[in-house]
Ligand binder design. Structure first.
Ligand code: SF4
Ligand code: SF4
Length: 254
């Protein structure tokens, strides 16, 4: 059965242990960052940062409410990024993770345009062999029966890893307590995602894109991409060709 994660935003205390665990497990490079006007740091996902915690302060009944929101790839059930990829470098696995094959990628970056959650990032800092980077859902840990590094680290059980269907049932059970807004983010967004969220604040108030279509996007991916100016498409194709030649060179005649 495919795995997923239920993120209960009422349980997150913003410790960012998940951020550190992710960086460590995935050996992401250390880069100098800045606070983004709050305790949010780094200010955005990047090639060096697969997951981060957003800080939101809203008001309810005249009192401030803080929410800490974990961001990463949602591992869509029908990923638009994979449907946009010309060479099959991205693919949804039956176990849940949307995996990326560095060897196949030609660097066209269509996946970045197609993702409705703006997740994949490009290694702009690398002059040689730049790739697309995003959360892997720790597929190698899962293959060994282990939970993702972020889930393992979370001290408050804000992240619950398990079978997707069971997580959806658990989310519905928690919503029935009346402590949450009546919306499971990811149940329907983009046709459903493996990571789902429940919250005590309306999702639109805490930085979620609530305009994401409530249906699977792959059938529409190429209709959207066809609106990209032809010059950009040609430029991407040239870059892709160069990347392909370069990747072959990197393998040194393997
Ligand atoms: S969130 Fe974006 S990058 Fe992740 S699987 Fe969905 S479309 Fe792909
Ligand atoms: S480890 Fe858990 S509590 Fe800490 S920031 Fe991440 S999700 Fe929130």
């Amino acid at each position: 059965m495919p795995k997923g994660v239920l993120v209960d935003l009422t349980r997150c205390i913003g410790c960012r242990g998940c951020q550190v665990a992710c960086k460590s497990w995935n050996e992401r490079p250390v880069v100098k960052t800045v606070l983004a006007g709050s305790f949010e740091n780094p200010p955005a996902l990047s090639e060096a940062c697969y997951t981060r915690i957003r800080f939101h302060e809203t008001e309810a009944g005249g009192a401030p409410v803080w929410n800490f929101v974990k961001e990463q790839c949602l591992h869509c059930k029908e990923p638009a990024c994979a449907s946009a990829c010309l060479v099959g470098a991205l693919r949804k696995t039956p176990d849940g993770p949307v995996m990326y094959d560095f060897d196949k990628c030609i660097g066209c970056r269509y996946c970045m345009v197609a993702c409705p959650f703006e997740i994949p990032k490009y290694e702009w800092s690398k002059a040689h062999s730049p790739w697309v980077q995003k959360c892997t859902f720790c597929y190698e840990r899962q293959a060994d029966g282990l939970s993702p590094a972020c889930v393992k680290t979370c001290p408050t059980d804000a992240l619950l890893w398990g079978d997707s269907e069971e997580l959806l049932a658990e989310a519905k059970k928690r919503l029935a307590t009346g402590k949450y807004v009546q919306h499971i983010y990811g149940e329907k967004e983009a046709g459903g995602t493996s990571w789902i969220y429940i919250s005590n604040r309306p999702f639109e108030e805490i930085g979620f894109n609530t305009k994401v279509p409530q249906y699977a996007l792959p059938p529409y991916t190429w209709a959207s991409l066809s609106k990209i100016p032809v010059e950009i498409v040609v430029f991407s194709a040239v870059l892709g060709g160069l990347a392909f030649i370069r990747n072959r060179g990197d393998k040194g005649g393997e």
